[in-house]
Design a protein around this ligand. Structure first.
Ligand code: AMP
Ligand code: MG
Length: 358
């Protein structure tokens, strides 16, 4: 399918990750080499990619995403030769990274030559080897590392299926590769290994405990779960509003509070939706409900999270409710996305929340 949007056309390439269509990948790779943008699937979320050595193409990513220029990009690689082209990393650390990749884990490393636009002028670069055959094949065929942030307009929820990327970028990129739904549905875990002690900069789809088994102790800074408004932060991404639906999303401390609030709002005849794991759905049978997966199966929660935020925006409701939850896996990452998505709409005091609707 090709969609004409005035001067620019976006080619939608559908393929299965089990059976990668190499001919199509080669066409997409040619666009990357020609300085164009290609949206592609990874195991975390969809990425919007450009040749990491092409300054102009990388600037285009910032422009179409409306991304702040001081928020650097993750560079995606398919082999260690590409790693050596952009970073200095050897010895023990290199072996550890080799054991951990390909996986949803991004390392901050000392940079070599790589355009300033990619690293936002920092002396480090973020690198990841994705664990998705379409992504790896695209990078390999492009013969260059691909700089790629998540394929969404900045501050809004990441794309976890091609449909979302089409909503945001049709007519603005050369190719969108549709490789089905993202396996994890949340972004990679970002760890700064450029200096010791190693630090977590963003919780994500790779468990910190599993990374520590290989890397040793990793510090979890308290800033990780806050939107820090200081100019000097550990990772530029911490400064910004992120992952948010367009409609207000109220984050509750627990399901009991959310149930009490929901009952009150129903009685007031307000139009809202509850985003809830199916385990608690029976509490909310009278309201519009958007179900995540089951708390017993954490990947079903992470996989559906951003999709539920986008769903909220198209439902005929004015706002959404969601509650914190305890997960056996992805707990820190999901909590982080909930906190950021809710922004100022955190409900710490149920009584005050209810009174605000009097
Ligand atoms: P995104 O690509 O949108 O998923 O976000 C990439 C994340 O990695 C952002 O939070 C960036 O701030 C962070 N990041 C990228 N490069 C660096 C770097 N050199 N140092 C610290 N954080 C980085
Ligand atoms: Mg992003």
């Amino acid at each position: 399918m090709t969609t004409d949007f005035g001067a620019r056309m976006t080619e939608i390439m559908k393929m299965s990750k089990k059976n990668v269509d190499l001919e199509k990948i080669k066409l997409a790779a040619r666009e990357i080499r020609g300085g164009k943008l290609v949206v592609f699937p990874t195991e975390t979320v969809y990425g919007i990619g450009a040749d990491a050595f092409n300054t102009k193409a990388c600037r285009d990513i910032f422009r179409v995403k409306n991304r702040a220029a001081d928020n650097p990009l993750i560079v995606h690689i398919s082999d260690f030769e590409q790693l050596d082209a952009i970073t200095y990393v050897d010895g023990e650390l290199r072996e550890k990274i080799r054991r951990l990749w390909p996986n949803p884990i991004t390392f901050i490393l000392k940079r070599k030559k790589i355009p300033d636009v990619v690293t936002a002028g920092m002396d480090t670069v973020a690198v990841r080897m994705p664990n998705n055959r379409i992504a790896l094949s695209l990078i390999r065929e492009s013969h260059t590392p691909i700089a790629a942030p998540s394929a969404n307009i900045s501050t809004f929820p990441s794309a976890t299926e091609a449909k979302h990327a089409i909503e945001d970028f049709n007519g603005k990129v050369s190719v969108i590769i549709d490789g089905g739904r993202s396996k994890f549905g949340i972004e990679s875990t970002v760890i700064d290994v450029s200096r010791k002690p190693y630090r977590l900069l963003r919780p994500g789809a790779f468990e910190i405990g599993d990374a520590e088994k290989v890397l040793g102790d990793i510090i979890i800074p308290k800033e990780v779960n806050k939107t820090v408004n200081k100019a000097k932060v550990l990772s530029p991404g911490m400064k910004y509003r992120h992952y948010s639906p367009r409609k207000p999303l109220f984050l509750f401390e627990n399901f009991r509070d959310m149930k009490a609030a929901s009952d009150y709002l129903l009685h007031k005849n307000l139009k809202f939706a509850v985003i809830s794991p199916e385990d608690y759905a029976h509490f909310f049978y009278k309201t519009r409900i958007i179900t995540l997966g089951s708390i017993e199966n954490p990947i079903s929660i992470s996989k559906n999270l951003f999709r539920s935020f986008r769903r909220l925006d198209i439902e005929e409701v004015d706002f959404g409710l969601i509650s914190k939850m305890r997960l056996k896996k992805f707990d820190l990452a999901v909590r982080n996305r909930l906190e950021k998505a809710a922004g100022k709409n955190k409900v710490r005091n149920l009584k005050k929340f209810i009174e605000s609707f009097h």
